[in-house]
Design a protein around this ligand. Structure first.
Ligand code: RIB
Ligand code: CA
Length: 313
């Protein structure tokens, strides 16, 4: 079977970085057409820099990296330096990237790539706020039929929220963008906190990265050492959730995940629950299903896949 063509939309973020590495390490399953950076964990100048650093780490300076939107559609940007550090990739010392940033705006890259593609052949993989995706859909509604699936990390049901009691960060930062995406009618697969909170980077799993004997393994272990301090303290868990790599893992091994096709709507008005993904898990609303919402993951299988693939780089 030919690899699935994907565009990664991202706000690196240590977990975004691992997700990008997993995708680049899996050319038989996914072909990365390009990476579009969005403001999220840290401001856009840093997320586009970090995306290029990760491509260079993977030895893939051929991957075009674009800067997209620097702020949510209607709201002030909320960032997460408290989790990811000032640079967004705190942990190891990193040199500035030398590969160029593409001149084209990330949203134009998404639109142009989809317009040139046959119907239903490109998968969008948002790993941050949905600003770039929503902007592309608003500016060029004709691209919708070209999208095979939008496979995103975001939202929560049983795990409710991580940036507020009710909302997950990616959706909370730009709830209006999320509403546009979830109301688009495009097939959507959601990897929410319900799944990512079961993908915990425990000590043995970090050591499997560290003892890989490669630069990639060392960097992933040091990124994990840094960002897990916040989540272990907050949740008292034995490791931090590795959120974004669940997206490429779902494309490579969908059998590792289980979920339901349900209705998911986004809270965009109440300040108390702004950004909440109102997931009709028990199908009580009568609202039409619009998303494949994942609920569980085989965590050992996920980390076995991740470790095996990262060792290839
Ligand atoms: O809530 C987790 C999500 O927010 C992840 O994508 C992480 O990188 C941050 O963007
Ligand atoms: Ca992210």
């Amino acid at each position: 079977m030919s690899p699935r063509k994907i565009i990664i939309d991202t706000d690196p973020g240590q977990d975004d970085a691992v997700a990008i590495l997993l995708a680049l390490a899996s050319p038989d399953e996914v072909e990365v057409l390009g990476i579009t950076a969005v403001a999220g964990n840290v401001p856009l100048p840093l997320t586009q820099r970090n995306a290029r650093i990760v491509c260079e780490l993977a030895g893939r300076t051929d991957i075009p990296v674009f800067a997209g939107c620097d702020a949510p559609l209607k709201r002030k940007l909320v960032t997460a330096e408290h989790v990811h550090g000032k640079t967004g990739l705190d942990g190891p010392q990193l040199p500035d990237p030398t590969m160029p940033l593409q001149d084209k705006h990330g949203v134009d890259f998404i639109i142009d790539t989809l317009r040139d593609a046959p119907s239903g052949t490109v998968t969008l993989c948002p790993l941050g706020p949905l600003t770039n995706i929503a902007t592309a859909l608003q500016r060029a509604p004709d691209i919708a039929p070209k999208i095979q699936d939008i496979v995103l990390m975001g939202g929560a049901y049983f795990q409710v929220g991580n940036i507020t009691p009710a909302a997950e960060f990616n959706i909370y930062v730009d709830p209006e963008a999320a509403e546009i995406v979830f109301k688009s009618g495009i097939p959507i697969s959601v990897l929410p906190l319900d799944v990512t909170h079961k993908a915990l980077v425990t000590a043995p799993r970090v050591e499997a990265f560290r003892t890989m004997g490669t630069e990639v393994g060392r960097m992933v272990a040091e990124w994990t050492d840094f960002f897990e301090r916040f989540d272990k303290e907050k949740y008292g868990s034995e490791g931090a959730p590795l959120h974004d790599p669940c997206v490429p893992a779902y494309l490579i091994r969908p059998d590792l995940f289980t979920g339901r096709h349900i209705n998911v709507e986004i809270e965009t008005t109440s300040e108390l629950t702004l950004g909440m993904t109102v997931a009709d898990w028990w199908r009580v609303s009568g609202r039409a299903p619009n998303a494949m919402f994942m609920g569980d993951v085989d965590a050992d299988g996920f980390f076995a896949l991740l470790t095996e693939r990262l060792a290839r780089l």
